[in-house]
Design a binder for this molecule. Structure first.
Ligand code: FES
Ligand code: CO
Length: 350
């Protein structure tokens, strides 16, 4: 099958993507978001959360500028009301029961709450469940960051996250010019749902961030298609896990959702200060990504001029291609995880 530029979005419709934070939905009750080119609305109703197209079936008004009335989402234009199942409960211009109400049902998207975020899946088919990250649900301290709209495609964002040789340059101000230019000892392990990188992370002499700039072990995990974690482990037993998901808006933009968790009695900066530092590091990444061309990493076979330090981005590119092609098949024809793993392994040429 020939892969096309549209296929990644078709594949990601079959996966869970974050669309807003639980705390923001709590406060605003109605939120509009563009997920995979689809304008959707998320409404917090008394009996559940409704996620649906942000388009009224009557005359196409936008629910996102509507309000919640009688426990229903009310369209701002002619006052039609919808409950959390998407059923039309009220058409003010037709008092009493009417079969038209049945015709006016909204297609409801699957929703779940996890890691302080609201997750939506646009397609009924499911390619991958949401990964389990126990550190965000046990006695660790965790903090969910404000999402960051980013003017680059989601694969650009993962490509940047996996890039091991930009620290001393793109992050000269935050991580310090002494950040290692060569990271050695990178190990890659493949799993049924993605892959993992293990590497020793050297001391960052130029940075004034206490423990965060001290040498540690770094483990980066990709859960296909776009859910990533970084686990940092220090010699004294302290650990920190950063979750990082570029949720695709359009082909050339995504919103980066993230959260961090620190182990009990973490001996280092407070979580709020760590997040502030992460925001300034990400601002440097964002500037790079938003100025790269093309705005999205091509999904085809083109690779560009690569060096061994680019091994991880190449691994991702091949894994996501495989994931996307697999998602185009009916569920019963998809490769079994083990076969999938062997195929991805055979791509490793560096
Ligand atoms: Fe929504 Fe008319 S457009 S009620
Ligand atoms: Co970076």
């Amino acid at each position: 099958m020939k892969i096309t530029e549209e296929m990644p979005f078709q594949a990601l419709c079959k996966t869970w993507q974050p669309v807003c934070l639980e705390r923001d939905l709590q406060q605003r009750e109605i939120i509009s978001y563009t997920l995979l080119n689809e304008e959707i609305v998320i409404a917090k109703l008394p009996d559940g959360i409704l996620a649906a197209r942000d388009l009224c079936p009557h005359r196409g008004a936008k629910f996102g500028i509507g309000q919640i009335v009688n426990g229903n989402l009310q369209c701002p234009y002619h006052g039609w009301e919808f409950d959390s199942a998407g059923s039309c409960q009220e058409i003010p211009s037709i008092p009493g029961d009417s079969p038209i109400k049945q015709q006016a049902c909204l297609k409801r998207f699957d929703v779940q709450l996890r890691y302080g975020m609201v997750w939506v899946k646009l397609d009924d088919d499911e390619m991958a469940p949401l990964p389990e990250i126990p550190e965000f649900e046990n006695d660790w301290t965790y903090l969910v960051g404000d999402p960051v709209p980013t003017g680059a495609g989601f694969r650009r964002e993962i490509d940047n996250y996996l890039d091991m040789s930009h620290f001393a340059f793109a992050h000269a101000k935050t991580l310090g010019v002494a950040a290692a230019k060569v990271i050695t000892g990178i190990d890659i392990t493949h799993y049924e749902d993605g892959f993992q990188m293990d590497a020793p992370f050297p001391e960052l002499e130029g940075a004034d961030t206490g423990k965060l700039s001290r040498g540690h072990h770094r483990r980066q995990r990709i859960y296909l298609p776009n859910f990533t974690t970084i686990r940092q482990s220090w010699n004294d037993g302290d650990e920190r896990v950063l979750v990082h998901i570029p949720s695709p808006n359009t082909q050339e933009s995504c919103t980066m959702f993230w959260a961090l968790a620190i182990s009990p009695n973490f001996d280092g900066p407070r979580p709020e200060d760590q997040m502030r530092f992460a925001v300034s590091v990400y601002a440097e990444d964002k500037e790079m990504m938003e100025n790269q061309r093309p705005a999205e990493v091509p999904i085809g076979n083109e690779i560009g001029v690569m060096v061994p330090a680019d091994r991880l981005p190449i691994t991702y590119k091949r894994a996501i291609r495989k994931f996307v092609l697999d998602a185009m098949l009916p569920p019963e024809d998809r490769l079994k995880p083990l076969e999938q793993r062997e195929i991805v392994d055979s791509y490793l040429i560096l």
